[in-house]
Write a protein that binds this ligand. Sequence first.
Ligand SMILES: [Zn+2]
Ligand SMILES: [Zn+2]
Length: 396
Amino acid sequence: MLGRLEVWGGTTEHGRACYYVSVGDKSLLLDCGINIVTGEMPEIDYDKLDKVDCILLTHSHEDHSKGIVELLKKGHPKKVIMTEETGRQLDEMYSEELKQYAHEFIFVEKIASHLEWFKLSDHIELCYGASGHMYGAIWFLIKIYDKTIFYSGDYNRQVQILPFHVPEKSAVLDPIDLAIIDCANGMQKMNAKINRREMHDHMDHALRQKGQNLFIANRFSKVIETIILLREQYPNLVFYYDEALYYEIVRQVKSISLFKQFRDESLNRHSENFRAKWFEKANFIFLDQDVLYLEKQLAVESFLQNGHNQMWLTSKASFMKHQDELQGPSTERVFFCDIEAHQGVNGVIELLNALNINKALLCHLDGHENLKSVKFLKSKGFYNVDICQIKASVAF
Ligand SMILES: [Zn+2]
Ligand SMILES: [Zn+2]
């Protein structure tokens, strides 16, 4: 039977993930995100959308989930499959909308454990596992009739505490006809260990100068893992979290079984330090705030003019957007540091070697990084890798 993929968003751009797959009379939608910068929805074919069996959602980030909320408003498919954790995050992010519009959220853990195949409906089987991108994020293996599809979602194997499930352990015997693989880091050779070492060097430098380390981070991200690790490394220093981030840390530390070894002690420390007064006393400040909002805060507090060393840990996009606005002597003390939450070509190679993939499509990367990555992979003998344009239709 012939399979078809239609890219409604997410390739040749960073975000707006949305893939329509069909085999025979069965079809699914994989994620439905918006462009976070412009708010743009994917290029949806609504006739096809209304016939899909359901939507599979990998995680709560807006570039994967926010389009679903827009679809619910318009009365389009309501059946969405995700982890319980993603469901909880969506409830927090879109509480008003979800109260108002009918939706049917199905949590995978209620049906099967990770790496275990289960029947979703006639001729559709699913398998999932933690993708290491953040708490709650998963990849999917999908069988529709005789076709097998792998969708990595946002994917990163270099986890330190977060759960991760190796897809090759899911006992896929058949070759994978189509794999849609996260390659957001492109040719960037990121290495979590080197990254972290570099980050610690900068932080230590700041601390020696009696400066502070400022982190701006989405609480629904890998930052929680970073905080726990930093707490272990600097047990005697003072940490400050804003309220939203604090409650998320406490919640995740309580619920992730792998965090248990840190649990009691970490929780005590978090509670103690949460009471640390605003940033005057803190060595580390973590804020789950919009940079724009924070910038106003900074201006009010004259934080930038105080000569503190600062570290911005935020998305590149918002950093670049605000770089112009952050002028003055302190700007040079701003060091950008990325927590690796995606993968680049090396991660893709690992997957291509581990799984028997007929056709692979790179996603989540923009500009000419695309072509460079594909060229590089082909030069290494991976001729089955490609990229395709938005609205493209690929047979498999
Ligand atoms: Zn993401
Ligand atoms: Zn993403």
